[in-house]
Design a protein around this ligand. Sequence first.
Ligand SMILES: C[S@@+](CC[C@H](N)C(=O)[O-])C[C@H]1O[C@@H](n2cnc3c(N)ncnc32)[C@H](O)[C@@H]1O
Length: 203
Amino acid sequence: MTDTLTHWDKVYRSKNHTKVSWYQDHATISFDWILECTNKDDSIIDVGSGVSILADNLLDEGYSNISLLELSPTAIQATEDRLADQSDKISFYNENILDFETDTQYDLWHDRAVFHFLTDEKEQQTYIKKLNQYLKPKGFFVLATFAPTGPKQCSDLNIVQYDTDKIIPLLGNNFTLIKTTSETHPHPNGSTQDFNYFLFQKH
Ligand SMILES: C[S@@+](CC[C@H](N)C(=O)[O-])C[C@H]1O[C@@H](n2cnc3c(N)ncnc32)[C@H](O)[C@@H]1O
C-alpha cells in the first residue's frame, strides 16, 4: 500500500498545481476569518498547506510570522520557491503533522482539507493533542472540512465529513465554536464540493 507521503508527493509531481480539486485563486473565507481574529504580527500556522495561496494573501496584507507545514516535499518546495523573496516572514516545515514537535505557540492554527483525511481515531486524537499543545490559550482554530452533503473521498482517499454535531464533541471541552459557515467549492471537472468551515477559540 502506498504510504501517505508517497501518495501526496505523487499528486503534486504529476498534476498541474492549479488543476487540483482543492485549488483556490484566493483563500476567501480563511483569509477573512484570520483577519477578523488576529493581528498582523501574530504567529499563524497553516497545517497541510499544500501549494495554497493563503500565505501569499496574508503576506500581501502585511502578516509577518507565518509557518507552513506540509507533508509533500514537492509542494513545500514549490511554495518556498514562489515565496522566496519573503522567506524572512515564513517558516517552512516539511513534516507530518502527527509527528510535529515545536517550541512555538501559535495564535492561530489553520487547516483546510487536511484533518478530514484522518479516518483513524488514534490519528485524530494525536492531531487534537498537537493542536492543544501548540495553540496558545485564547488562540483560534480555523478548520475547513467536507460537509455531510459533500464528497466522501478526495484525491482517491477516504475522508470524514464534519458538521457542528460531529466536530464539537471530537475537539473536546477546550474549544468553543465561535462560528461556522458553508461553501460550495467548484471542482475543475465542473462538479462542486460542499465544505464546512468552523472557527473555534481555545480556552
Ligand atoms: C486537499 S489538500 C489541501 C491543501 C491546502 N490546505 C489547501 O487548502 O489548498 C491536503 C494537503 O494536506 C497534506 N497532508 C495530508 N496529510 C498530511 C499530514 N499528515 N501532515 C501534513 N500534511 C498533510 C497533503 O500533502 C496536501 O497538501
